[in-house]
Design a protein around this ligand. Structure first.
Ligand code: 5AD
Ligand code: SF4
Length: 490
């Protein structure tokens, strides 16, 4: 996405609330439910921190909460509709709690809030506050207003710096992030792909200054975070003030972050092919802390569809870019987003997408049926594709991606890779972490390894994770170029 219309909209949702163990005794309880992308997860954490300072502690679930925030996603129709059915359930919960004499405030935040505004109150009057992604730093004030007014809406794109308002998190707040944390470095998008709502909901592109990001990163690493994922709708278009009167690009920002010894791994997402500059490609060759995984959405393999989507790149241009990236970092795992059934997409267009997937060779990918979003040019087109055609194309595309994902994972068996241990595993005596290629890895090991990067020999693959054992050697062996070229087809 920039492509990302959301930073990777994941099929799963993240539920977030502050960890109870760090909270002082508090009267009011907060429950935040986050839908959609990683930036929403990050924003939910920031709202939790902010309201923690207003005296809100963790609720075990919505039933227990005096304040419920739905941090919403508008990227596809089903994502939006889900919010309204959830709000229906919350209305009943609110009424039930009222009978017991307990007040409940409901806040709708995020991209549905931005897109629908006051309409949300019309569809669901139990909602107290509607707040867009650029004004949630005003939540304490909006909640105070909601004590006096029935329906409060703030969908401004304020001039003040939201991040400046969100005070630096306290060590207790930061500890909740664990070993791997997101840091928003860039927000918004000026690219206006014709299917995408992001330029309307998240607004124009904005990059945070380097110093602010370094400060946030320092707080995170001091609290035990070892892996930073820099997030932005257009993250590789990052161009933040460098504090010396100039601007830093994403490669320069990564170099600054890599200087901190506490930072062991750096990732970033989501990138647009047209912003994948030489310096960043070179960083993948030269910067060992930059992980060999790149989410680089292409959306379609047909030049006609790419033009209709206003992507401003061609299929051949994208493939050539992947080739240059693999020349710099032969073992890099590539990932993408695909949309099937964009208006006017012919069978031949779709076959071109399958061909591109064959040519590139992906480690993983997200794929979606085109969903017309109100207000975007794609939704106005009269040549929408029938639902059954979209479904059939999606199934074929997903089967191909799945076979590539499994092949990529199987190729890991017998290799030794660095795994950053993030948490206990599902069973006693197990720990779990991520490979450099963003694969989940489970192994036997003690809790003392959480936060450590350890060499792990991969012994087997499962449907969703790899299984490994601690390798006797301490340093992981980098993959040989020959092993890589067998996998990377570009
Ligand atoms: N319909 C289907 N998928 C969409 N995406 C964005 N907008 C739409 C839409 N209207 C997908 C794109 C994007 C990802 C985050 O969501 O593939 O990269
Ligand atoms: Fe990404 Fe295009 Fe949406 Fe921007 S408009 S966020 S580039 S998909």
């Amino acid at each position: 996405m920039s492509d990302i219309g959301d930073l990777r909209i994941r099929p799963n949702e993240a539920r977030g609330a502050p960890a109870a163990e760090d909270s002082p005794p508090q009267e009011r309880k907060l429950f935040v439910q986050s839908f959609g992308c990683q930036m929403n997860v990050y924003d939910s954490q920031k709202m939790t921190d902010l309201l923690g300072r207003e005296g809100y502690g963790a609720a075990a679930g919505p039933e227990d909460a005096d304040l419920i925030i739905l941090n919403t996603c508008h990227i596809r129709e089903r994502a939006s509709e889900k919010i309204f059915s959830e709000l229906g359930r919350l209305r009943e919960l609110k009424a039930l709690r009222a009978v017991e004499g307990r007040k409940t405030k409901i806040v709708v935040a995020g991209c549905v809030a931005q897109a629908e505004g006051a309409e949300i109150h019309r569809r669901q009057s139990a909602v107290d506050v509607v707040v867009g992604p650029q004004s949630y730093h005003r939540l304490p004030e909006l909640l105070r207003r909601a004590e006096r007014e029935k329906h409060v809406v703030d969908t401004d794109f304020p001039v003040e710096d939201k991040f400046g308002f969100l005070a630096r998190p306290t060590p207790a707040e930061t500890r909740k992030r664990g070993v791997s944390a997101f840091v928003t470095v860039q927000e918004g998008c000026d690219k206006f792909c014709t299917f995408c709502v992001v330029p309307y909901t998240r607004g124009a592109e904005f990059s945070r200054p380097v110093a602010a990001i370094l400060e946030e990163a320092a707080a995170l690493t001091a609290a035990g975070v070892r892996e930073l994922t820099l997030i932005g709708q257009n993250v590789n278009a990052y161009h933040g003030a460098d504090g010396r009167g100039g601007e830093a690009d994403l490669a320069a920002l990564c170099a600054e972050l890599a200087r901190a010894s506490g930072v062991k791994r750096i990732r970033y997402t989501t990138s647009h092919p047209n912003d994948m500059g030489e310096a960043l490609i070179e960083a993948h060759r030269a910067q060992p802390k930059l992980m060999p995984f790149l989410h680089l959405p292409v959306q379609s393999g047909s030049d006609a569809v790419l033009a209709a989507m206003n992507r401003k790149h061609t299929s051949a241009g994208y493939i050539a870019l992947c080739r240059r990236i693999r020349a710099a970092r032969p073992d890099i795992a590539l990932s993408s987003d695909f949309i099937v059934g964009f208006p006017g997409e012919t069978d031949a267009d779709f076959e071109a997408t399958l061909q591109l997937i064959e040519d590139v060779g992906y480690a993983s990918a997200f794929s979606f049926k085109y969903s017309p979003r109100p207000g975007t040019p794609g939704a106005e087109r009269t040549d929408q594709i029938a639902e059954d055609v979209k479904s059939e194309r999606l199934a074929r595309l997903q089967a191909l991606i799945e076979s590539q994902r499994q092949a990529f994972n199987r190729a890991m068996v017998g290799r030794t890779v660095e795994v950053l241990i993030e948490r206990r595993g599902r069973h006693p005596g197990q720990i779990a972490g991520k490979s450099p290629y963003l694969q989940a890895v489970q192994l036997e090991g003690g809790d003392e390894l959480i936060g450590e990067s350890v060499a792990v020999e991969i012994v087997a693959t499962g449907p969703n994770s790899l299984f490994g054992k601690l390798a006797s050697e301490t340093t992981a062996r980098p993959p040989a170029a020959a092993e890589q070229s067998a996998r990377g087809l570009v």
